[in-house]
Each structure stands twice: as structure tokens, then as C-alpha cells.
Write a protein of this length. Structure first.
Length: 143
């Protein structure tokens, strides 16, 4: 029988935990702080990922020891979809339209993300799938 320990994540300051993943016996959680820091925890031990602007962690996964976090960073008033692999940022959005990465999965060397991108001629959001950084529009989000 596995035993799980609940850690007091508040001890690390004002933070918001949104997502979790399990890899073997390790529990990963991810969130963000009130400042420009993404944060994830492995078995209760925190790791900070500094960002230039306010950023949000929306999903986390672990593959072969690599930690992937999907989310967005607010740049000049626009949400820009991004993901971080071991703390290194990969930009998905164009910074012109709002975009968010809400889910992430890794298979082999391929990184898949799902989210939404605002339309170029309207304010509707379009469901979007990214594979290795290349976006494919799936359709209007509410369709």
C-alpha cells in the first residue's frame, strides 16, 4: 500500500498549485506565485522557474526525468502560450493574439500541447494542438 504525505506548500510563500503528475514513486505539482515565478514541487521540494512577466502553470508532465510545464505568460497585456522543459522556455504563441497552453503530453521525442488561440479577425478562441511547437487549429472552441 502506497502512503502519500501532504506537504504544506504555503510555507514557500504565496503560491497557487493547479496541477499534478505522478512519475513512479514521485509526486510533482506545479503552480505560480504572486510574482514572476513559476514553481513546481517534486515530493514537496520546490524548484523556481523565473519568468520576465506574470506566468501561469496549467499542466505538468514528466518524461525520462525531464519536467515539462505548459502554461502562458502575460506579455504586454497578452497571454502568450509557452512551455518549459526543465526550466527552459519554448514560446508557442505569437504575442499578437491571446493564447494559452492548457495540457501537455510527451511521447518519445514529440511534445504535444493543447490549448487555445484567439482568432486573428475576431475575439473567439480556437482550439489548438501544438506538436513540437507547430500549431494546428482544430476548430472554434465552442464548436
Amino acid at each position: 500500500m502506497e502512503k502519500w504525505c501532504i506537504h504544506d506548500l504555503k510555507q514557500f510563500g504565496n503560491c497557487y498549485v493547479k496541477v499534478l503528475a505522478i512519475d513512479g514513486a514521485d509526486l510533482y505539482t506545479a503552480g505560480y506565485t504572486n510574482s514572476s515565478i513559476l514553481r513546481y514541487w517534486k515530493n514537496g521540494v520546490s524548484t523556481d522557474i523565473p519568468t520576465t512577466n506574470t506566468a501561469y502553470a496549467n499542466a505538468i508532465t514528466v518524461n525520462n526525468g525531464d519536467v515539462y510545464i505548459a502554461g502562458n505568460e502575460v506579455v504586454a497585456g497578452k497571454a502568450v502560450a509557452k512551455f518549459w522543459k526543465n526550466g527552459v522556455v519554448i514560446v508557442l504563441g505569437d504575442g499578437i493574439r491571446n493564447s494559452r497552453a492548457n495540457g501537455i503530453a510527451v511521447k518519445g521525442t514529440d511534445v504535444y500541447l493543447c490549448g487555445e488561440v484567439q482568432g486573428s479577425t475576431n475575439s473567439s478562441d480556437y482550439a489548438t494542438l501544438w506538436k513540437n511547437g507547430q500549431a494546428t487549429t482544430i476548430g472554434l472552441q465552442n464548436s
